[in-house]
Design a protein around this ligand. Structure first.
Ligand SMILES: [Zn+2]
Length: 413
């Protein structure tokens, strides 16, 4: 085997890259491999890859960081001329060993991305000897490439939409998950109708019409956009959300009663109510003996609060029944809540009635938003890892590597 082809293999270079020479840079303590594109690969636009006419030498020779060779850093060095593309104007020519505008080779960037999806932040930085901010840019490029090659929207039928907040609710992402593959397929900064419309714009009209089911929480902006862009889709509202609304309503009643008791100077009652907080929240089967006692006391002494507790419990039980029975009981529940003389539950009854269809769809399809919620939990962890990245797009790319099936293979695969 010729010496140059050993170098080409070691650095995972394509046949379109010609190795001219290898030298050692003492100052940088690094191996420098001098390369050039072959006839077929040279003179192409860095953006679109089409043939373009020569413009000038650009900034002359430059280097790209390649995979380390043993303990040594390695660089490719080549001319980086500019060409004139009919579409992209004067632009640095494409090279077969690196992505446009990247300072690293393909193999190096794939390795960094794989590590970012599998290892801790400090492991990636220390092992690859690269700044975390650069990792953000690397994963953004790698994911963009993967998404150009694979159609993540193919055969999309059942999706879940949700929002997540990070950095103390300063920033939001809207995320879309495929229920059938369990993969994160799209995310964008923001939470608004305009944000979600971007997803359907990318999906295109024809494929939007083929969406059959959308699970979401009760956010109006999601419902509005879904109705507008995929009129054929059933919107499913996760029962888990409904139960959490009932827990909120119960807490509101408890607070009202507690405030009254304090205002009237009933110290003992106020304390009792405060202590009962967890007993009220918990499912009855999980109550300790002490908590059961507290609940019994409330049943004897505080009718409105006990009524609120029963309403919450009843609603939770509704969603454990088969769909037909559940819907009958849900309607009974709405009527009961409306008569309860408890304002938070009367409001809740109205809210549930307006979402009745979505709840029924969800029960009949037996489709919860659990997949979406779990993706959300993982993305929220990643927001901490992504701290130090410059742009939310790098956070999204990191999420796509781990949860969207965009992680590249290791260079030795
Ligand atoms: Zn071009």
């Amino acid at each position: 085997m010729r010496r140059v082809s050993v170098w080409a293999r070691m650095l995972k270079l394509e046949r379109t890259t010609i190795v001219e020479d290898v030298s050692f840079d003492d100052a940088a303590n690094a191996i420098v491999v001098h390369v050039r594109p072959n006839k077929h690969a040279e003179g192409r636009c860095g953006e679109c890859g089409r043939r373009a006419s020569w413009y000038d030498r650009g900034d002359g020779r430059r280097r790209w960081r390649a995979l380390d060779l043993g303990p040594l850093r390695a660089y490719l060095e080549a001319e980086a001329p500019r060409v004139q593309c009919p579409d992209h104007g004067v632009i640095v020519a494409q090279v077969p060993w690196a992505r446009h505008a990247a300072g690293f080779t393909y193999a190096f960037e794939d390795m960094v991305s794989w590590l970012a999806a599998h290892c801790s932040k400090s492991a990636v930085q220390d092992l690859m000897r690269i700044a975390w901010r650069s990792v953000g840019r690397v994963v953004t490029r790698v994911v963009a490439d993967a998404q150009r090659e694979h159609d993540r929207f193919a055969n999309l039928a059942r999706i879940g939409i949700d929002e997540i907040s990070y950095k103390r609710r300063q920033y939001y992402l809207t995320v879309v998950v495929d229920h059938d593959t369990g993969r994160l397929i799209w995310a964008a900064p923001g939470r608004s109708e305009a944000t979600l419309r971007k997803f359907f714009d990318e999906l295109g009209e024809e494929r939007s019409y083929r969406i059959t089911v959308v699970t979401a929480d009760a956010a109006d902006w999601i419902r509005r956009v879904v109705k507008e862009r995929c009129p054929a889709a059933e919107i499913c509202l996760d029962p888990f959300h409904i139960v959490s609304w009932a827990t909120d309503a119960l807490d509101e009643v408890r607070r009202l009663v507690w405030n009254d008791a304090r205002f009237m100077g009933q110290k003992a009652l106020a304390k009792e109510l405060k202590d009962a907080r967890f007993a009220l929240w918990k499912n009855p089967e999980d109550l300790s003996e002490r908590q059961k006692g507290r609940l019994a006391l409330i049943a004897r002494t505080n009718a409105p609060l006990y009524r609120a507790y029963l309403l919450k419990e009843k609603l939770r039980q509704v969603f454990q029944l088969p769909p037909d029975q559940a819907m009958v009981l849900l309607d009974n529940w709405i009527a009961w809540a409306q008569r309860s003389r408890l304002k938070p539950f009367q409001e809740l009854a109205r809210k549930i009635r307006s979402h009745r269809k979505g709840i029924e769809n969800s029960l009949r399809r037996d489709l919860s938003n659990a997949i979406v919620e779990s993706a959300n939990t993982k993305i929220r962890l990643l927001t901490r890892v992504a701290f130090g990245f410059h742009s939310p797009m790098a956070l999204i790319a990191l999420a796509m590597l781990s949860l969207g099936g965009c992680c590249p293979a290791l260079p030795h695969d």
